[in-house]
Design a protein around this ligand. Sequence first.
Ligand SMILES: O=C(O)CCC(=O)C(=O)O
Length: 250
Amino acid sequence: MARSETALTREEMMHFRTQGYLGPYPLCSAAEMAALRPAIEQVLETDPPDSKNRVHNRHLDSRVIYDLATHPEILNRMVNLYGTDLLLWRTNFFVKYKGTRAIPWHQDFNYWPLEPPIIVSAWIAIDASTKENGNLQLIPGSHRKIIPHVKATPDVQFQEMADAGYYDPDQLIDLEMQPGEFILFNERTLHHSKANNSNLRRIGLAVRAIIPIVNVLKYDSKDHGLQVIHGEDAMGFNRLTSPPKKADRG
Ligand SMILES: O=C(O)CCC(=O)C(=O)O
């Protein structure tokens, strides 16, 4: 496989394997993200064609979001870790204003209709993400075991959360990020974020990519399909769709 300009070192690849995450890395500068932010905000203020949800899968109707999600700084690193063939499954914005509830500790694969559940996520800081406004926190190495999930408490955003008896929150690390930085993590890396108790908005964009052997068991909407973002889809298990055209909304 050709090594890209942003090829990971052997140490970085081993870090991802043993710790379950990598980064932060710069996708663009904070100034470049500031220039892009009005277009991102406009997408978030507009209903998508399927009118379902403004924060999910906007890479399907916005070229700005698609280009962000498939930026070479992300894609080249994903290719180094997972091989040349990659499909974009989902994107999710996580928008936290003052008072937005915490995201509980969880392993993503607990919730997802994928078989086998192999996913790499990139989480891109659209705004600065700091301890003040509820940055991501994760537990290095936690991807090596499967943690049971139980009914979530009402103070958090999800219906289910990791069973607190199965991990040690003292092992967490803070991933503070400047706008334009991103991290990578896998489907079992235990992570969460606290409530935002500050006046500083915190928007992150999570990008979920899979390899072609992964079968999507349930689609998010009738318009939902996957895009081949690198290499090819030699398996043909999943419904494919095209990237939005550059002239499209957003
Ligand atoms: O942005 C957050 O606070 C949580 C993100 C998250 O849970 C995810 O990307 O899977």
